[in-house]
Write a protein that binds this ligand. Structure first.
Ligand SMILES: Nc1ncnc2c1ncn2[C@@H]1O[C@H](COP(=O)(O)OP(=O)(O)OP(=O)(O)O)[C@@H](O)[C@H]1O
Ligand SMILES: [Mg+2]
Length: 380
């Protein structure tokens, strides 16, 4: 669901993020579906605290230092909310151009707060952020028209149809040619699979349909950067697959995609790079392949003699043994692959009926647990 903006002065919404800040051609009442977050574009303005952001000199340093292939770059980015909650703590994030970058972390780990700072929706407490080489939030006016964004649930006009919502978003964008509006809107609806439901009022949309409509508005124009906060939230498995395919398609067209998720397998399936957050801090970032490689693979033996197999493996130094139904798995520690044939031979010699023997690749979740010593649980 859309959340209430902290300062109440900006629209946290789907669509070309820049478009939301432009004066609307006609005054429009606040939409009923999400009155808190979908203020009319005419009332949207840069956060009043933008110029007061501490570290603004650091921000321009970050801007100067940002090589053109980094689409997002933060240094020491920190947000402490008024209540004292340290939501983001000294974040150094680097998102290379052309990547599909997964921003991964459990609920409450600071993903949305980071994205809101990147989009200039809230000011950092300290530190600096540069998006497309420009310091944020100082450069919202020039940066946001180049960015498509969907942040924590789209803010929609409930009394308008899905199609008319898109028409509205598109007409709030001064760079959008009105003559080609209908075609842009239809193409966006089709890309997210909403053509058939386009005439239905947005307030009658399901959560997944609203999410799709929000995505459609972020896709109205080709953008250099697409920022998607939990884009598959509320979607069924088929819908999730469709959105993943869409993300790949957009990336193949040359758009850098930055997407947050608390779903590890989603990140593994669609992303080239990832950063992992835990309790407001960055745990690690890199290519997904690098991250998964940090997670040690586990030895898996399939056998009807699981208990005996576990004894033999333990005698040969395998640790963390978990005997199960028809299988046993354990950790090889830092031993290399040459240990494998010896272990297999030892099992066979001990009379264990080995039906399968091999290494299971580590997952991002294994890496997360190994790096933080914690499960993938909700942050405090
Ligand atoms: N406006 C706010 N005022 C005070 N605290 C906030 C505010 N927004 C977020 N927080 C707190 O900051 C922390 C990070 O929240 P954030 O929404 O960034 O997490 P998230 O990683 O996006 O989580 P999720 O996966 O649930 O969307 C949480 O502890 C949250 O309670
Ligand atoms: Mg969030």
């Amino acid at each position: 669901m859309p959340e209430t903006p902290v300062t109440g002065d900006v629209t946290e919404s789907a669509g070309g993020a820049g478009a939301e800040r432009r004066p609307a051609p006609v005054p429009v009442p606040a939409p009923s579906a999400s009155p808190a977050s979908a203020a009319p574009p005419s009332s949207a303005a840069a956060p009043s605290s933008a110029s007061a952001v501490s570290g603004s000199s650091a921000a321009s340093t970050a801007s100067r230092a940002a090589p053109s292939d980094d689409v997002i770059r933060t240094r020491g980015l920190t947000k402490r909310f008024r209540g004292g909650q340290l939501a983001v703590d000294g974040l150094d994030l680097t998102v290379p151009r052309g990547s599909v970058f997964g921003f991964l972390g459990p609920n409450g780990s600071g993903k949305t707060t980071t994205i809101r700072m990147l989009m200039g929706l809230i000011a950092p407490t300290s530190g600096a952020a540069a998006v497309l080489g420009e310091p944020m939030p100082q450069s919202v006016a020039t940066v946001l028209p180049r960015v498509g964004a969907l942040i924590e649930g789209p803010a929609l006009y409930g009394y308008l149809s899905g199609r008319d919502n898109l028409v509205r978003f598109d007409s709030a964008d001064p760079t959008a040619d009105p003559r080609t509006r209908r075609q842009r809107v239809d193409t966006a609806l089709e890309r997210v699979g909403l053509s058939a439901a386009a005439g239905k009022k947005a307030r009658a949309y399901s959560l997944g349909m609203k999410q799709r409509l929000g995505l459609a508005s972020a896709l109205l124009q080709p953008r250099e950067l697409l920022v998607l906060d939990e884009p598959t939230n509320g979607l069924d498995p088929q819908g999730m697959r469709e959105i993943r395919a869409l993300v790949r398609e957009v990336a193949a067209e040359g758009t850098t995609v930055f997407l947050s998720s608390h779903l590890l397998d989603e990140i593994e399936q669609v992303c080239s790079h990832a950063a992992v957050m835990s309790r407001g801090r960055l745990v690690v970032q890199g290519t997904v392949a690098e991250l998964a490689a940090r997670a040690q693979g586990r030895l898996v033996v399939r056998t009807p003699d699981a208990a005996r197999a576990a004894e033999v493996l333990a005698a040969h130094g395998v640790t963390g043994l978990v005997p199960g139904e028809g299988r046993v798995d354990g950790s090889l520690g830092d031993r290399d692959d040459e240990a494998l044939p010896k272990l297999c031979a030892a099992l066979v010699e001990a009379g264990v009926r080995v039906q399968g023997f091999g290494l299971e690749r580590g997952t991002l979740e294994d890496a997360f647990v190994a790096l933080t010593g914690e499960g993938f649980d909700v942050a405090g």
